[in-house]
Design a protein around this ligand. Sequence first.
Ligand code: UD1
Length: 421
Amino acid sequence: MARYEIHGGTPLNGTVTISGAKNAAVAILPAALLVRGTCRIENVPDISDVRILLDILEGMGAKVSRPEPGVVEIDSSGEIDTQPEDTLVKKMRASYYLMGALLGRYGKAHVALPGGCNFASRPIDQHIKGFEMLGADVDYTSNYVEMKPGEFGLQGSRINLDVVSVGATINIMIAAALIPGQTIIDNAAKEPHIVDLANFLNTMGARISGAGTDTVKIRGVESLHGGTYAIIPDQIEAGTYMAAVAATGGNVLVQNVIPKHMECITGKLQEMGVRIIPYDDAIRVQSTGKLRHTTVKTRPYPGFPTDMQAQICVCMSRASGYSRLTESVYETRFFGYCTELQSMGANIQINNKTATVIGVDKLYGANVAAHDLRAGAALVIAGLVAEGTTNVENIHFVERGYENLIGKLTALGAEIRRLED
Ligand code: UD1
């Protein structure tokens, strides 16, 4: 079992470079299955979710190579197996995008239900509804999703999502790119990686408009061609480093970011008393010594991301007074890390969807375990803040989404190492 050992109490200083966005990469890589030609994809993060996905694509018959660090080339011109290997599919959440990709390319798919972070019940009914509206005959069991064209074949359609779902919006966009006719997704999610996926597919010849608004329109095309595309920087990785600087103190230039994507996070950190200076593609985060309490409610983009809930909770633990943190996307998300933070001395009271966080003078090192990716990142931040030594276990969760976490934090002055027991 691997763990992080952290000696806390050192402020972070220096420069950190943000990697390509995990949630964009895990959508764009399966979408490359639609393309008859070579996709050169740049700024791909080297994280375990990406490695698993590339293994899956290779196993399905795509030619995958990594000609240089951060670059992946995928050639899906040959025959592609419509039944990816179950054990790999179950290792991660975003493998469900293989459903949309296979439906779009072949009109059929047999894909096991995904695994990944289970910080809440994570239904896929809106994905299934979308596939059915596109004309698929869907057999959805507790183990897999199997699809074939329905009686009237596959055809573009108007789909109104009952909940704003990132995954359903992406899966429908991927499938509809090659399905004849126009598909309109109403009540679509607007996250930056949705725009990134649309830009990738359009670079390869798709006709998608409206990504980043409530209504996405996809005009199905006959085929997609190869091309080169660079993935956007990771909003949540950047936010995690910003929260770490806020919590530990210090002064860090976070570079390779899109400041517009960070506004909901920078706004909250400014409210808490952190000095933020945005540049064209970087943000300086400077501690002013003390953190003030604040109120945060997570919401779909452009609101405060649920994937930053746990990290901001650590900042609140170090802030003066009572902060309020309300989760409106995944209600049970607090349970993945609050008990661990409490064992480090944090004062957090949870009442349904809202946590009241009462700032404390100190956090103390402890042995804690990550229960999901972002919870793990928050525990690392808590360890950096805490007096004494913290051991974070279950770090495979963290390694799913943070490229070179140890190297980046060490370069900022943190005392953290990865140990294999
Ligand atoms: C994506 C992100 C994840 C982030 C989440 C919310 C990826 C790979 N993962 O997850 O990091 O935490 O967005 O920003 O991009 N829902 C349904 N039915 C569905 C789909 C979703 O009821 O068919 C509900 C969910 O339970 C949740 C809400 O909709 O309450 C949002 O979920 P969704 O946006 O789909 O999250 P994911 O795409 O799984």
